[in-house]
Design a protein around this ligand. Structure first.
Ligand code: ACO
Length: 428
């Protein structure tokens, strides 16, 4: 490999491929001409060695446990910023001035209501439907209501669709919750913050005023910041792939929600709390550690391990601090937090987890806070989807604005039968 190109020896023929450098992070070998020159594809199931796009949004150094949004470390954003500010940053590239932030917040606030007819959709679901099932359906249906923001070639329409999605997600998620518990939907109150409004729509009832607890509001806002974007993860790649065909943004985000739902991805926060409940008390930890290490047992420690982080997930650090703050200010505690802390300590000292570089990820502690705030477990992934929507729309916008953008179309290593002739049914 030379300074700016890599060479590949393919059966005696030497192929050179350019090496591209980003601002930070690993260089990439540009293999786009490989098939034309060799007739061969690369093979990388799970994309462990593949960069699928250029992106200026989010940077992760998994070995060092670094996460930057537009260059700003996640710890600084979580401590000093707000979800609205981070949303502006992700969408526009720079932190907003005070006027820009007020204007952006006002714009988002103006889009918080749902079309009244869209609300009748909820009644078609069973009351015990998972909120993520409802989110997939209702978000996908947005494209049937907001026709004036589905022309993806128009940057103004793209931005309006992005604002709508960010603004309507809390309303959609809160209504999914309200429907599941049989309470009336609560309309948005635009005098509240983005997160305060969501809390009121979720936990308020028409019979009495709802007072937003500022500590809970701040903690949830921070959780939203921690989930806002995370580079080319599975759901973001899903949104990009869906969008690469020219699909409208509402359909693309519905696809992202579907992908996020899986327990190996966004569903892990729900699975992690369920696991902690199953473990129960610290004395049962060794049994579960042994199960996690047993190759013949499919059990995994949920909230542990990450495709990119081979160090402590920086979001898990903030999340652990936030649990302590919320517990202190609400004057509550949860024995599962003690179990989680001990599980973490035992795992971090166990050679199996050390050698495989398995550390707590963002989902390990988030369920404990969300549960303390009062969210049922089934809502956890819906909250993740709400927050990740800003990352999804920012990544989608970045992709559509890229003049070199092409439809995403991977190839394969075919392992099925070679061509054969059809036999009529009586001859088989
Ligand atoms: N518990 C026990 N063993 C684990 C765990 C775990 N949580 N995670 C990985 N391993 C082991 C695997 O068994 C494998 O062992 P092997 O090499 O002996 O076969 C090795 O570590 C590597 O695991 P892979 O699954 O190959 O790693 P991959 O990068 O594909 O998976 C993933 C990452 C899906 C996150 C995995 O660590 C996992 O399933 N964790 C639990 C689910 C979870 O918490 N997901 C949330 C991720 S964060 C997010 O989406 C917001």
């Amino acid at each position: 490999m030379s300074d700016n190109q890599a060479t590949l020896n393919d059966g005696g023929k030497t192929i050179t491929m350019p090496i591209k450098s980003g601002t930070i992070g690993p260089d990439v070998i540009d293999i786009r001409k490989l098939y034309a020159e060799t007739g061969k594809f690369t093979y990388d199931p799970g994309f462990t060695s593949t960069a699928s796009c250029d992106s200026a949004l989010t940077y992760i150094d998994g070995d060092e446990g670094v996460l930057l949004h537009r260059g700003y470390p996640i710890g600084q954003l979580a401590e000093h910023s707000s979800f609205m500010e981070v949303s502006y940053l992700l969408l526009n590239g720079e932190l907003p001035s005070s006027d820009e932030l007020s204007q952006f917040s006002r714009t988002i606030t103006r889009h918080t209501m749902l079309h009244e007819q869209l609300m009748t959709f909820y009644r078609g679901f069973r009351r015990d439907a998972h909120p993520m099932a409802v989110m997939c359906g209702v978000v996908g249906a947005l494209s049937a209501f907001y026709h004036d923001s589905t022309d993806i070639s128009d940057p103004v329409q793209r931005m309006i669709a992005s604002h709508r999605l960010i603004a309507k997600m809390p309303t959609i998620a809160a209504m999914a919750y309200k429907y599941s518990v049989g309470q009336p939907f609560i309309y948005p109150d635009n005098s509240l913050s983005y997160t305060g409004n969501f809390l009121r729509m979720t936990f308020g009832v028409p019979a009495e005023p709802y007072v937003v607890n500022p500590v809970v509001e701040r903690a949830l806002d921070r959780i939203f910041i921690l989930h806002a974007d995370h580079e080319q993860n599975a759901s973001t790649s899903t949104v990009r792939l869906a969008g690469s065909s020219g699909a409208n943004p509402f359909a693309c985000i519905a696809a992202g929600i579907a992908c996020l739902w899986g327990p190996a991805h966004g569903g892990a926060n729900e699975a992690a709390l369920n696991m902690l409940r199953e473990i129960g008390t610290p004395d049962r930890i060794p049994h579960y550690i042994a199960r996690a290490k047993d190759k013949n047992d499919p059990f995994r420690l949920m909230g542990f391990g990450h495709r990119v982080y081979k160090n402590y997930d920086p979001r898990a650090t903030v999340m652990q601090q936030t649990v302590r703050e919320v517990f202190a200010s609400l004057n509550v505690t949860d024995p599962l937090f003690e179990t989680a802390l001990q599980l973490e300590e035992i795992a971090l000292n166990d050679p199996y987890f050390v050698e495989k570089k398995l550390f707590p990820n963002v989902d390990f502690y988030s369920g404990i806070i969300l549960s303390a705030i009062g969210f049922p477990t089934a809502m956890f992934t819906a909250l993740f989807a709400l927050a990740r929507t800003v990352g999804w729309v920012a990544q989608w916008n970045e992709m559509i604005s890229d003049p070199g953008q092409k439809i995403g179309r991977p190839r394969q290593l075919y392992t099925g039968p070679a061509q054969r002739d059809y036999l009529p049914v009586d001859k088989r």
